[in-house]
Design a protein. Structure first.
Lengths: 201, 222
């Protein structure tokens, strides 16, 4: 359970939003909407603990999430609007840095993650050969590598074709079925049935 | 926590291996810069032997600056820095990992290649061991200082120009005592105090620099 309590965001000396509060129960999905520059990315990065909160608090399971950042970070997965894909490494190598566990577990986890985004056939080619959409799918595959309860997604489906968006919808559904939380900043319709929407203005 | 650290260090090493040309460029720059001294000053062996410690140290110092620009820059530009900061690792440890990878792929190769360069510049053989010892200690300190500088300029426009301006002044003590150790045979003073001081700098840097670099990287991600 994640609670956002009267959070405000300031960029430069410009107030983006203030007194924003909402709670997300496990299994729930939230779509953050709002015009460009409304502070969607900033809010996601605040929830991730990358940007300090200007005011307010973020509670995870009833406790201040920022009090023990390392433990909190182990519970979340963040998909930024950049893919964090290294062109010089192969598709598998790109994931192996971020996979947790022992070697055999990691290899199995990477294979399962690539399967989910339909990149298994391309596992051994250098990431520089991938198209923009395939790179995005590789970045999405990173989400499944760790058992993270909280997914923070920044424009997750940019550049994806329809089939990949559906695959991603399945991933989100599985994650929510396991009690995971999804918060996604988006302009497009995401395949998140039953998801709520929070509008920043 | 250690398994994460090992995994991230493995990542740095794999990336550096893939970009092996970067390490090679550092070494070639070092050899070329050191070869300019005989060309500029004249090939008289006695004179060369006298300036060799300083020439080698200055060339090594400048060469070590070359890869710093990309140390955090590449990760910042493609979004990997966010992922690195979200691994549940203290930022200071991330700074230490970056410094270690810089040393392994720039510092250590420089220490090794300094030997033939020293012979080329007619450094007295007695000075070879103090030069190498000094370079080992000094290059580690330089990697740590450089990592801090690299973290400070993340996201700055013209960061590559700013970087030497931050790192070089901080590196002057290392240069002074490094050349003092290597030149000890020539000047007739003991090399031990200079080497001990280099060791002391390293001890200080290994504690302070990763913390500063980690904090700067975290601030840059905001």
């Amino acid at each position: 359970m994640l609670e956002i309590l009267s959070v405000a965001a300031i960029r430069g000396d410009h107030l983006l939003f203030e007194d924003l509060s909402f709670a997300v129960a496990s299994g729930e999905a939230i779509a953050l909407t709002g015009r460009n520059g409304a502070g969607k990315t900033t809010l996601l990065r605040m929830i991730a603990g990358l940007v300090p909160l200007a005011s307010g608090r973020v509670l995870w399971a009833g406790e201040d999430a920022m009090a023990d950042l390392n433990a909190y970070h182990a519970r979340l997965a963040y998909l930024g609007h950049q893919d964090a894909v290294k062109p010089g490494l192969t598709v598998t190598e790109n994931l192996s840095t971020w996979a947790a566990g022992r070697r055999a577990e990691r290899e199995a986890g990477i294979e399962a993650a690539l399967e989910q985004v339909d990149l298994l056939d391309l596992a051994d080619i250098p990431a520089r050969m991938l198209s923009a959409g395939q790179k995005r799918r590789l970045a999405i595959a990173r989400l499944c590598l760790r058992p993270a309860a909280l997914w923070l997604l920044d424009e997750p489906v940019t550049g994806l074709d329809t089939a990949s968006v559906l695959l991603f919808g399945d991933m989100i559904a599985r994650h929510r079925a396991q009690g995971g939380i999804v918060i996604a900043a988006t302009h497009q319709d995401l395949p998140m049935p039953g998801g709520r929407s929070v509008r920043l203005s | 926590m250690m398994t994460i650290a090992v995994r991230l260090l493995a990542r740095e090493m794999r990336l550096s291996f893939r970009h092996g040309a970067d390490s090679l460029a550092v070494l070639l720059f070092f050899v070329l810069a050191a070869s300019l001294f005989p060309l500029g000053i004249g090939p008289a062996p006695a004179l060369l032997g006298k300036i060799a410690p300083g020439a080698i140290w200055i060339a090594a110092l400048l060469a070590a600056l070359l890869p710093l620009d990309r140390l955090f820059g590449a990760d910042y530009e493609d979004g990997s820095l966010d992922q690195l900061l979200l691994q549940g690792l203290p930022p200071g440890l991330l700074g230490l990992i970056k410094a270690a990878s810089h040393w392994l792929f720039a510092g250590l190769p420089l220490v090794i290649v300094a030997m033939p360069v020293a012979l080329m510049l007619n450094l007295p053989t007695a000075a070879l061991v103090p030069l190498e010892l000094g370079l080992v200690l000094g290059s580690m300190t330089l990697s740590l200082l450089g990592t801090t500088g690299a973290a400070l300029v993340i996201g700055a426009r013209r960061g590559g120009v700013l970087l030497p301006l931050i790192v070089l002044p901080l590196a002057t003590p290392v240069l002074i005592f490094g050349t003092a150790a290597a030149g000890a045979a020539e000047t007739g003073v003991a090399e031990k105090p200079a080497l001990l001081l280099l060791g002391a700098f390293l001890c200080l840097a290994v504690i302070l620099c990763p913390l500063a670099a980690g904090a700067a990287a975290k601030a840059a991600a905001e």
